[in-house]
Design a protein around this ligand. Structure first.
Ligand SMILES: [Zn+2]
Length: 444
């Protein structure tokens, strides 16, 4: 279809739908069919009436039969499925959303996720499960029950690799859903994201966008009231009242004249204002670190490993003795690196990579990295992460088998991992001293 013909066709369609004050159902259906015919003549595409259905509400059975005969279409009933989602005139029930829940559960089961590390599961939640939810969140207002169900599935998947587990999680979902620079893992809060996505409709109404639905709500609901001050009446639908609620929540964003386009991400930031940034963010979640070690470092930074001092506080165990040295009580501070075993490992690593690794609190270990050059500090982060990971592994082996590795073995594992990681990374720097240092590590 040429551009001129398309523009002409759109104008004709607009004329048909701009017909105002129309109340007669038969005439409305006639206009609709006329529009379809016009589209067919212009584009060469015709509607297959035997495969089409019409949906109705509030008209008598005699009229429905007449429409059926005149159009050749079947009468449809709501709810029905369109593009994989349920279309309903009522608030979506938990049953209606079971398709989404089932899809997410199927993905989890098909991925053989129990074998994945925490980091692998996190990537899957971000890439697959979040995108499924986002698709629905852009179309529907999901109920709190459905959102809680989706969150519970994702929580169980992240921590246990399964779709159904009620056990306590190491870190709260609220913390996980914070931005990475605020100590979270950058997952989306499902409820806030749903509201932000629905904010698009409130924005359309504010902008009087050229949509049939927008014209309809202005004509039927808002009338001459200012949208900014509009309050829905008691007879309004659940969905409309929810859109009005979202309008209030996003008022500053929606009615900001400087914003030209609505963006769900910006709406989300309004609903989830930024918190203080954490000092360890650039290092702990540094992409140079091996991903599974990244996750462990994040747990250590939050002091959420299942160390014995925490288990005692939870009344799970009665006594606390470090599995590595057997001398003192086990805690994050002790393991990294007050314990004589881990201190020995740290000294061996420091001597291998010619670094000063002073005795500091866990967080300070990361923060003090800023003193190194841009390239070197990332490699130091890789070394520290590998050291912490292997100490925690040695502690777990000792807890299960009662056997403590030699510090020399830990050093060897750290060396192997760091050299392997250096082989995977593309290191570009003009800092000759840093490059020489990296080369030294590779060779020793
Ligand atoms: Zn110890």
């Amino acid at each position: 279809m040429s551009e001129e013909r398309l523009a002409e066709w759109i104008r004709d369609i607009e004329k048909i739908f701009e017909y105002k004050g129309y109340t007669d159902v038969k005439a409305s259906v006639g206009l609709m069919l006329q529009a379809f015919k016009l589209f067919s003549n212009s584009s060469g595409l015709s509607m297959n009436c035997s495969k089409s259905s019409f949906y109705y509400n509030g008209i008598d059975a005699q009229l429905v039969t007449e429409i059926e005969r005149a159009t050749g279409m079947k009468r449809g009933t709501v709810p029905f499925k369109y593009l994989g989602v349920t279309v309903s005139q009522k608030c979506l029930s938990v049953m209606d959303c079971n398709i989404l829940v089932d899809k997410i559960v199927d993905r989890i089961r098909s991925l053989g996720s129990r074998k994945l590390s925490y980091a692998g599961r996190l990537v899957l939640i971000k890439a697959v499960l979040n995108s499924l939810h986002s698709y629905w969140a852009r179309i529907f207002i999901l109920t709190k029950t459905v959102i809680s169900k989706l969150e519970a599935i994702c929580r169980a998947f992240l921590w246990y690799g399964t779709d159904n587990k009620e056990s306590p999680m190491l870190v709260s979902w609220e913390t996980i859903c914070r931005a990475r620079n605020q100590g979270g893992l950058g997952l989306r809060d499902f409820h806030a994201w749903n509201l932000a996505a629905i904010g698009k409709y409130a924005w359309w109404v504010a902008q009087k966008t050229d949509h049939l639905w927008v014209k309809w709500v202005h004509a039927i609901y808002i009338k001459n009231t200012c949208w900014n001050e509009y309050e829905p009446g008691s007879g309004s639908s659940w969905a409309w009242r929810k859109i009005c609620q979202v309008k209030h929540l996003l008022k500053d964003h929606i009615f900001n004249a400087d914003i030209e386009h609505y963006n769900s991400q910006t709406g989300y930031q309004v609903l989830k204002p930024e918190m203080d940034k954490v000092s360890w963010y650039p290092w702990v979640l540094n992409q140079w670190i091996i991903p599974k070690q990244n996750f462990l470092c994040w747990l250590i930074a939050h002091q959420k490993l299942t160390t014995q001092d925490r288990l005692i506080r939870m009344h799970i165990i009665q006594s606390n003795r470090c599995f590595l040295c057997g001398l003192q009580e086990e805690s994050h501070e002790h393991l990294f690196f007050s314990c004589i075993f881990s201190k020995k490992c740290k000294d061996l690593v420091a001597s291998w990579c010619v670094l000063e690794l002073p005795c500091l609190e866990v967080i300070q270990w990361w923060v003090q990295l800023r003193e190194h050059s841009a390239c070197k500090k990332k490699i130091v982060a890789v070394i520290l992460a590998s050291l912490m990971y292997n100490i925690w592994n040695a502690r777990n082996v000792s807890r299960v088998d009662g056997y403590v590795s030699r510090p020399g073995c830990i050093l060897q594992r750290v060396k192997n991992e760091v050299k392997m990681r250096l082989g995977q990374l593309q290191i570009k720097s003009r800092n000759t001293r840093a490059l020489n240092w990296i080369e030294y590590i590779r060779q020793h």
